[in-house]
Design a protein around this ligand. Structure first.
Ligand SMILES: [Zn+2]
Length: 225
């Protein structure tokens, strides 16, 4: 039975690497995938992993109808054996419904990869719809670690190294603090860091924890709110 599978996790948990692995395994067996991504760190029309692998992808835009796009590809003589969607948290809920229709009406497996929650710990709309509709949810536990060594379960947005909890849901940046790309809506100082829930609640990033440890006047831990 074809399935809609949601591979979810934090930033930096290896989602894109797994997406590329699935693509590699299936294409090695002679299957042809249709790959979508959105706001990939390598640029438009790319699916890349932090480990340096990259493949061509269709850039998923706001008004794209995935079902129509796949049908168009098939009816123009293209071959599609399965579908991979990276950065699926950025899709609209209606686009997730279209992916479910690709599974049900076209009989194709759809593998969607996305971050579950944003920097405020709230579900992305696309991820919420995937949780509601997916046949199967795989929570990736590739060991992304908080600076304290605990398993990182939450995404923090930082501005100049300090964690923030206000702002637009989508601001493209990277977990290495490398957000110096193009785009008018991309402040250069925005970065992301994965934290355990305890340190997300206390808003302690690696940088602020380090600064606090060096200062004798500051308690190393903020009082829990
Ligand atoms: Zn921690």
């Amino acid at each position: 039975m074809p399935e809609l599978v949601f591979f979810s996790g934090t930033m930096d948990c290896g989602k894109s690497t797994l997406a590329l692995q699935i693509e590699h395994n299936r294409s090695a067996r002679g299957l042809q995938g249709l790959i979508y991504s959105r706001n990939d760190r390598a640029g438009r029309g790319k699916l890349s992993s932090r480990l340096g692998l990259v493949t061509e992808a269709v850039e998923a835009v706001d008004d794209m109808d995935f079902y129509v796009h796949v049908v168009d590809r098939l009816s123009s003589g293209g071959r599609v054996d399965y579908v991979i969607v990276d950065e699926a948290q950025f899709l609209g809920p209606g686009q997730i419904d279209q992916l479910a229709r690709v599974v049900d009406d076209l009989g194709l497996d759809v593998f969607a990869f996305g971050i579950t929650t944003d920097f405020r710990t709230k579900l992305f709309p696309g991820s919420q719809r995937l949780v509601e509709l997916a046949d199967r949810i795989e929570v990736l536990k590739v060991e992304a670690l908080c600076w304290c060594g605990a398993r990182a379960t939450h995404n923090a947005r930082t501005v100049d190294g300090r964690m923030v909890v206000e702002g637009a849901q989508v601001v493209v940046g990277d977990v290495r603090g490398d957000a110096s790309g193009e785009g008018p809506d991309r402040p250069a100082e925005v970065g992301y860091e994965v934290l355990c829930r305890r340190h997300h609640r206390r808003r302690q990033t690696a940088a602020t924890a380090h600064a606090a440890a060096l200062s004798p006047d500051v308690l190393p831990v903020d009082a829990p709110r």
